[in-house]
Structure formats: C-alpha cells, structure tokens
Design a protein around this ligand. Structure first.
Ligand SMILES: Cc1ncc(COP(=O)(O)O)c(C=O)c1O
Length: 502
C-alpha cells in the first residue's frame, strides 16, 4: 500500500467508524443473532495466495464482521461493566499504530516512557491518590499548571530513576495489575520470611475472579487464597479477616497479601479499605486495591468518600478503559514501592543493556509488567485528558450517575420490582419480586428483544440476606448513553414484565 493509498483508505475508514457509531446510536440490536460457528463458516479456511483489493477487505468487514458483533459502544449496552470508547482515544489508537513504537525501555522511545510517567501522575492527582504513588512528590513543584502541551504549564523535573519511591504504569488489564501486585508482594515477603514460608493471600468472597487467577499464576495456589465473608452490603468484613489471619498464624502460615475491592463486579460494593489497611499494616501484608470500575468515579471529589484509607495501600489499580472514555486496553496501576516491583520483575539480559538504564537514571517499563514489549498507550490517556479536561471527564461520570439515579427511582416506584443491593454509582441491581426462574426468564426476554443488553449476578439481596438470588444488573457507562436510552430500557423492562406475567 502506497502512502497515497493509505491516506485515501484512512479517510474512508474514519468515515466508516463515524458511520458505525452514528448507526449504533440510532439502531438496535445490541447483540448479534449469529449462531456459533457461523462467522468461521463464512471465512475461507486458508489465507489468500494473492493480495486482495482494499474494497473487498473493507466490504467483508461490513458484511461478515459487523453483523456478528456485540455492540459494546451501543447506548443500549448495560451489561457487565462498560468498555467505553471515545473519538479522541480512537484517534490516539490510530496514532499509536502509525508511530509503531515499542516502548519496552526508556531508550526504545523516551517519549513513550516519560509521557506515561507524566499522565499517570496527572491521573493520580485527578482521582485523589496520595503523592507517594506518583513519580514526582508535590514538594518538588506543581504537577502541571497548564495544558501539558507545548504552551503553558510548569514543567516537571527529571524522570525519576528506577529503583525507589512510587509511580504509575499502564497495564493491559486489571487482572495483570493484580498479578503484578501479588508477585511484588511475594518478592517482598520472600525477602523477609525466606523461601520456605507458606504464604497466604486474602480477598473477599465478592472479589473478582482475577484475584484467584493471579494466585494460580503466581504459584500461591487456590488453597492459599482465603475468600473472606462479606457483610450485608457485600463488603469484606474486617472482623472475619482478622479472625482468619489469626487462625492462619496459629497454624504457622504467613499472611502476605490482601486485595480489597472498591466497586465489586456483582453489585459495586466497597470494601472498607481504611479498616482493612490497618489490619494489613499490622501483619506487614501488601495491600492492593482493585478499583477496576469504580476508580473512574473518584475523579469527582463528591464520589470518592470510599477512597478513605487508600493512603495506606501498597498498590492501587483502576481501568480508564471501563468508564473514563479511554478505549480498551488501559488499566492504570500505581505502587508506592517500586523496589518490590523491580525485585519481582526485573531481569536484564546483555542484549537489553544500555547506558541510560545502567546509570539508573530512567524508568524502564519492561520491569513493571509481565511482557517485555509494550504499546504507546499513554498517548490515549494524554489525548483523552487534554481533549475533555478534568471537568469534561467529571461531567461524563456525573451524567451517568444521574441516569442511574433516575432508573433506580423508576424501579422503586413499581412494586413488582425490588432493588437488590443499594445502587452503586451508575450500577443498579434489581429483580422482580418473584422466584429466580421468573427473573432469568425476564433477562432472556429482554436480551432477545435486541433493544438492550443486560447481564445478571447471583448474590444475597436486601430482601434475602441469607439466600443468594438471581439479580439483574443495569450498568450505565457507554459513552453514547443518554436519558432517552435509559427511559427506553425501563419501558422495555416493564413491557416484557407485563408479557411474561400475563
Ligand atoms: C472489580 C473488577 N476487578 C477486575 C476486573 C477484571 O478487569 P480486566 O478485564 O481489566 O482484567 C473486573 C472486570 O469487570 C472488575 O469488575
């Protein structure tokens, strides 16, 4: 493809993407109607020997791929948690591919590393994370007074070398962040306790499955991860944690890692990180906080009360790719203890050595993550934060929370329904006052309409604190979701309820 062809196709592709977004805002369905294997069946079993025309390739995207997509960016997508997107972040993805940078070392692209350091500091300040998690303590000057661009704003100092203090890094996912936290904790614990200690990790029964996966990958093992019971709000019970740690200590085991969740996947519950942090400190455990979804809301000062105690954590993670207008993948991870992270992950073969790294003057992000290679993802956050500004990002979060409040009022006003657990930010959990089977049928009927997409969970509810119930979740977070979409979702829920109860 020549540069001129590229220019032409890139313009056409931008139109294609903009048209796609306009269409999914106007039109349902959210889910694809294809059967398993149908897409594969339409694709040749071998790659073409001769190159094909660009028109044919793009034509197939329209004919074979789009019909088989779940439209995550549809304003009627209310399932799981969102994986939102925005035009500035899409342009950044395009630029990232265009520059083709691989930023494993500072030397392999200084801007890739230093921009990431700077935007992670910006983001830490924006969500109220303490200075200890940043590269540049406030004492050495203001973070950045202005746009961060070429005009205005004070400039920061040096790059902060590798080995001590805090700082942030972009991981692909919150699952990788939890794994990185766990192996950092393991390195620190092994340094203090030796290799023979049997290390025990703790999280709540409501924690995301990625914590268990991290224990499996890190060699801690399923049996050595304790799932601590939760209270009636489905938040980790500190007394239960304390009792379990004491029992483990009596058996000669060594607590080393605690993962608290701010905004659990099922219901958006918040673990009491203040109380949990004290327990972690008492037992010299690494305290990681997984705020994968809810962390975005902390950009609004009125929505960060639950961050109280975060200053005692060792690491913190949230996903701008869920709810902060930044396309997947972008998971922000901060630690206040770089030394433990480097202990766990740093390894320097001869072929990666270079003067800047050897001098300890730079951050080499290969030492902060599982893979060696890395994309220039910081450019996404940089574009998003500069395009919207913190005020724009706050408005985005506030708009979704206001929509969820409205939806919650509608549910409460219809006595066929009950709120399952208190609304958490933009997540509403609700159910029919009926058995689980009726709720399951309602969910399937709703998703079959194609007009919206919801998912479910099974948890204890306000009305049924002892017995877990099938619960519908409405998670608002798609960039295009507006009042009319939530209103239509509620109309659809009422209509389908009428139909299945008839
Ligand atoms: C609380 C929580 N932690 C972790 C994850 C996993 O996120 P990721 O896909 O970024 O690994 C999720 C996903 O929804 C989540 O809700």
């Amino acid at each position: 493809m020549s540069a001129d062809d590229f220019r032409r196709h890139a313009h056409a592709l931008a139109d294609f993407i903009a048209d796609y977004h306009e269409r999914i805002v106007r039109e349902a369905p959210v889910l694809s109607a294809v059967a398993p294997g149908e897409v594969m069946g339409q694709l040749p079993s071998h790659a073409p020997e001769s190159g094909e025309s660009w028109d044919d390739i793009l034509g197939d995207v329209g004919d074979r791929i789009l019909p088989a997509l779940t439209h995550w960016q549809s304003p009627n997508f209310f399932g799981y948690f969102p994986a939102n997107a925005s035009y500035p972040a899409m342009l950044a993805e395009f630029l990232c591919a265009g520059l083709g940078v691989q930023g494993m070392l500072w030397q392999t692209s200084p801007a890739c590393t230093e921009l990431e350091q700077r935007v992670l500091d910006w983001l830490a300040h924006a969500i109220g994370l303490p200075e200890a998690f940043t590269f540049r303590p406030e004492a050495s000057g203001p973070a950045s007074g202005g746009s961060g661009g070429t005009s205005g704003g004070s400039r920061g100092g040096g790059t902060s070398g590798q080995s001590s203090g805090g700082g942030g890094v972009i991981q692909g996912t919150a699952s990788e962040a939890t794994l990185v936290a766990m192996v950092s904790a393991r390195a620190r614990a092994r340094g203090q306790l030796g290799d023979d200690a049997r290390l025990i990790a703790y999280t709540s029964e409501q924690a995301h499955s990625s914590v268990m996966k991290a224990a499996m990958i890190a060699g801690i093992g399923r049996d050595n991860l304790r799932l601590i019971p939760t209270d009636s709000a489905l938040a980790m019970d500190p007394d239960a944690l304390r009792s379990r740690i004491e029992a483990d200590l009596r058996s000669g085991l060594r607590p080393f890692f605690l993962c608290a969740t701010l905004g659990t996947t099922s219901t958006g519950a918040f673990d009491p990180v203040d109380a949990l942090g004290s327990i972690a400190q008492e037992h010299a455990m690494w305290h990681h906080i997984d705020a994968a979804w809810a962390g975005s809301a902390a950009i609004c000062p009125e929505h960060r009360g639950w961050m109280c105690g975060v200053e005692r954590a060792d690491s913190f993670c949230f996903n701008p790719h869920k709810w902060l207008l930044t396309n997947f993948d972008c998971s922000a991870y901060w630690t206040r203890d770089r030394a433990a992270l480097l202990d766990a992950l740093s390894i320097t073969p001869e072929y990666l050595r270079n003067q800047a790294s050897d001098a300890g003057a730079v951050v080499d992000y290969r030492d902060w993550q599982i893979p060696l290679g890395r994309r220039f993802r910081a450019i996404k956050l940089w574009f998003v934060m500069r395009h919207y500004g913190l005020e724009g990002l706050r408005a985005h979060i506030r708009r979704h929370i206001a929509l969820a409040e409205q939806f919650e009022r509608w549910v409460r006003a219809d006595d066929r329904f009950e709120i399952a657990q208190p609304r958490s930010l933009s997540l509403v959990t609700f159910r029919l006052r009926a058995d689980d089977d009726a709720n399951r049928r309602l969910l399937n009927a709703l998703n079959d309409t194609g007009k919206l997409f919801l998912t479910h969970t099974v948890v204890p509810t306000i009305a049924s604190p002892q017995t877990p119930r099938f619960v519908l979740r409405l998670a608002i977070g798609s960039t295009h979701t507006a009042h009319e979409h939530v209103e239509r979702a509620w109309e659809c829920i009422r209509a389908e309820t009428d139909r299945i109860q008839r």
